[in-house]
Every structure is written in C-alpha cells, then in structure tokens.
Design a protein around this ligand. Structure first.
Ligand SMILES: CC(C)(COP(=O)(O)OP(=O)(O)OC[C@H]1O[C@@H](n2cnc3c(N)ncnc32)[C@H](O)[C@@H]1OP(=O)(O)O)[C@@H](O)C(=O)NCCC(=O)NCCS
Length: 174
C-alpha cells in the first residue's frame, strides 16, 4: 500500500473532522477526548486547529487520495513548558493498519517538533492496555516514565495511562 504523509491545512478541515470523529467512536479508550465533545465543536475550531498556530501541526496519511490516518503535535503556549511538544490524536483507519502509516505519521510529528529549535522533549500518553500503540512508540524511541492510574473513565470504567517521552539529546540542558 502506498501511503503519503503531509501536514493538513485548514482546507482539509471537513475530511479531518470526519476521521477524527470516527477515531473517537471506534476507539473511545484510546483517546482522552470524547466524540460528544468533538462533535459539538464549530467548523471554525477545526479550521483553526489545522491552520492556526504554526508551532502546532496535524499530519495526515493518504492512500489513493483518501485520508486514512492522523497524528497531531502541539507546543504549549505557556512560557515554562514551551520546550516540550506533545503528540496527540494518533489514529490509522482499521483497513490500513500494519502498512507503516502509524510509524510514518509519528516520524513526521517528531521531525516537526525537532524542527523547532527550542523544543527539547516530545511527550505522549497511551492507554496501558493499548499494546499496538505502546509498541509503536517504544519502537520509535519513547521511554515510559510513569503510570497514571484511573487517568480517565470510559462508561464508568477506569483507564490507566502510561506517560512516555523522547528527548532530543543534543539539545537538553544538563
Ligand atoms: C496504533 C496505530 C496508530 C498503529 O498504526 P499502524 O499504521 O497499524 O502502525 P504501523 O503499521 O506503522 O506499525 C508500526 C509498529 O507499531 C507496532 N504495532 C502496530 N500495530 C500493532 C499491533 N496490532 N500489535 C503489536 N504491535 C503493533 C509494531 O511495532 C509495528 O512495527 P512492525 O510492523 O514492524 O511490527 C493503530 O493501530 C491505531 O490507529 N489504533 C487505534 C487508535 C490508537 O490506539 N491510537 C493511539 C492513541 S495513543
């Protein structure tokens, strides 16, 4: 399968919204956001998410011109944490999985973070029961550093989250 990766722009908002809502409906335990919350967002918010602050980005994986995967990377706006970029919203459509789209999306998000000189660390959180995503992240050099028990609940069921980070070694202060 030939998958290409590119940064999504505000023109991609409708496509992006569709796949994001699918991800939240299909895999509610994989994401902190709920479908109900994201469904209620006005189109203007989706456009801003893709075309707004230049330090934050969402990448899309395309197969035959269809958007089949997404992954976001955001840089916080608060002064003291601007050296940390966060990966979020990673998703690949079930029929496209195990063809390298997840790894390619993650690579694009990491390279985006690395391209910002002031960013030294990339962080993410993953549901402890999500073996596929855990393996993807550990393969890409993320180091688990802690578990947050009952981090969120889905239909009343507690979900444990594992936090991971990857440091750009040459940049981090000692
Ligand atoms: C996790 C996810 C993004 C992986 O996407 P993908 O396109 O299938 O991943 P890739 O094909 O690039 O696989 C890269 C590596 O991830 C790991 N991996 C992916 N799927 C796996 C699975 N089902 N079981 C074990 N490891 C898996 C493997 O290490 C794999 O490398 P390999 O193929 O050389 O063994 C996808 O399964 C998904 O969207 N899951 C539902 C949403 C989700 O969990 N998002 C993450 C939120 S933190």
């Amino acid at each position: 399968m030939n998958v290409t990766i590119r940064r999504l722009q505000s023109d991609d908002s409708a496509l992006y919204r569709d796949i994001r809502l699918c991800s939240l409906a299909e895999d509610p335990t994989a994401f902190l956001a709920s479908r109900r919350e994201d469904e209620a967002r006005p189109m203007s918010e989706w456009r801003t998410r893709l075309g707004g602050a230049t330090d934050s980005a969402v990448f899309g994986a395309f197969a035959n011109d269809a958007l089949v995967g997404i992954c976001g990377v955001r840089r916080p706006s608060r002064d003291k944490v601007r050296h940390r970029a966060q990966i979020w919203g990673m998703y690949v459509a079930p029929e496209t999985r195990r063809h390298g789209a997840g790894r390619a999306l993650l690579r694009a998000a990491i390279e985006h973070a690395r391209s910002i000189p002031a960013v030294d660390v990339v962080t993410l959180s993953v549901n402890c029961s999500n073996l596929a995503a855990r393996s993807l992240y550990i393969d890409a050099g993320f180091v688990p550093w802690g578990i947050d028990r009952d981090a969120f609940r889905v239909d009343g069921v507690a979900q444990d989250e594992e936090h991971m980070s990857r440091t750009f070694e040459s940049r981090a202060p000692h």
